[in-house]
Design a protein around this ligand. Structure first.
Ligand code: PMP
Length: 381
């Protein structure tokens, strides 16, 4: 799926040509039976991907941030207290949303590049008083994956609702909604699912939906889960126009996922992550993220002191490979590579070649081809 311009940022990710072809089909009525079937298929696939047989799926035009907003605004009441476990820029966004809606919250910020240790959650839970705990599977700013399964086992059998941001993980790293006892898993179409941006996706547990049903003063209209529920049950009904082409494109992306199979897909993501990291290491680069928190979906890479961020990324772009800059405190000091969705060996090779070339351009001494040689053993398996 080599495209002339290779977008290796942590979302949006490269979109397979077969998905782009679906996007360009004639726009139909949202009541067209074929569209209604596509919509239903997407909802069913979302449940399957997250092993969420018990959950109600939602699919709404918007992005990951809308999904975060929907989770908080529907499920956290003004009298509640929300505990936020943040490992970076996007975890902190939960706190900004809570502030915007006047919700009470406690924010636990992990050191950048690390995740909050489960012991810290345990300590906070002993004090109690939370109605929900919001967490991020992978924070796209730091590349750190949180120990979600450990958090969830501490929360098992308790009252607090568990809200998980899977934007940078769902479809690329394993998430077991029912087994982990999640109440909300939220994501967007544009990352590990490999579809174009434009859809906010949520899975919501029966007890979370029950809480929404029993809340009378939810400050939302478009973001109100109850306005969307009838559409999820019968997509031929109308509340607000669905992005018809985008839904059909997502269906194509989810079919690719289903054909590949979840275990194979997760394995491919971890193999590609190892290959890229072996290649970067051989080129003399170090990761920003703590080794025990590494996610399979992106790498956050430190610059050597003499390499200038803008010059490096401009050189990468000249080689038709786009990587992302650092966010927040690591802006200018690190760059971010997305490696999720439908990428494979060819994209990894092109990325590493561009990194080598751009570093050499910045004056680093590297033996040409070392990074590819280091990556190769991981790509063969
Ligand atoms: N959460 C995480 C972990 C993200 O990476 C992002 C986007 N990079 C968001 C939330 C927000 O998603 P969006 O940009 O689609 O609104």
């Amino acid at each position: 799926m080599i495209q002339n311009l290779l977008t290796m940022i942590p979302g949006p990710t490269p979109v397979h040509e077969s998905i782009l072809a679906e996007l360009s089909r004639p726009t139909t009525s949202h009541q067209d039976p074929a569209f209604v079937r596509a919509f239903r298929e997407c909802l069913g696939e979302l449940q399957r991907i997250a092993m969420a047989g018990s959950a109600q799926p939602f699919m709404v035009a918007g992005s990951g941030t809308l999904a975060m907003e929907m989770a908080l605004v529907n499920l956290v009441r003004p009298e509640d207290k929300l505990l936020i476990l943040s490992q970076g820029f996007f975890g902190d966004r939960y706190a900004q949303l809570a502030e915007a809606f006047g919700l009470r919250f406690e924010l636990v910020q992990a050191e950048w590049g690390r995740a909050t240790p489960p012991e810290e959650l345990e300590r906070r839970l002993t004090r109690g008083g939370y109605a929900a705990v919001a967490m991020t599977h992978v924070d796209t700013s730091t590349g750190a994956a949180a120990p979600i399964e450990s958090y969830c086992s501490l929360l098992r059998g308790r009252e607090e609702l568990i809200i998980l941001d899977g934007v940078c993980a769902t479809g690329g790293m394993e998430e077991r909604f029912d087994e982990w006892g999640l109440d909300v898993l939220l994501t967007g179409a544009q990352k590990a699912l490999g579809a174009p941006p434009g859809l906010a996706l949520l899975l919501v547990s029966p007890r979370a939906l029950q809480k929404r049903r029993s809340s009378s003063d939810v400050r939302a209209y478009y973001a109100d889960l109850l306005r969307w529920l009838p559409i999820m049950e019968d997509p031929a009904r109308y509340f607000s126009t669905p992005p018809v082409n985008e839904v059909v494109a997502l269906r194509a992306a989810l079919r690719i996922l289903s054909e590949e199979g979840l275990p194979a897909r997760f394995l491919r993501h971890s193999r590609i992550a190892r290959a890229i990291r072996a290649g970067l290491g051989a080129a003399g680069l170090e990761l920003f993220t703590a080794p025990d928190c590494l996610a399979d979906t992106l790498s956050v890479v430190r610059y050597a002191t003499e390499v200038d961020d803008a010059t490096f990324r401009t050189e990468m772009a000249r080689r038709r490979v786009i990587v992302a800059g650092g966010l927040g405190p690591i802006a200018g000091k690190a760059f971010r590579i997305g490696h999720m969705g439908n990428i494979g060996t060819e994209e990894v090779c092109r990325l590493l070649q561009a990194v080598e070339g751009s570093l050499m351009h910045a004056g680093r001494k590297i033996d040409s081809g070392v990074s590819l040689a280091a990556a190769a053993p991981h790509l063969d398996g």
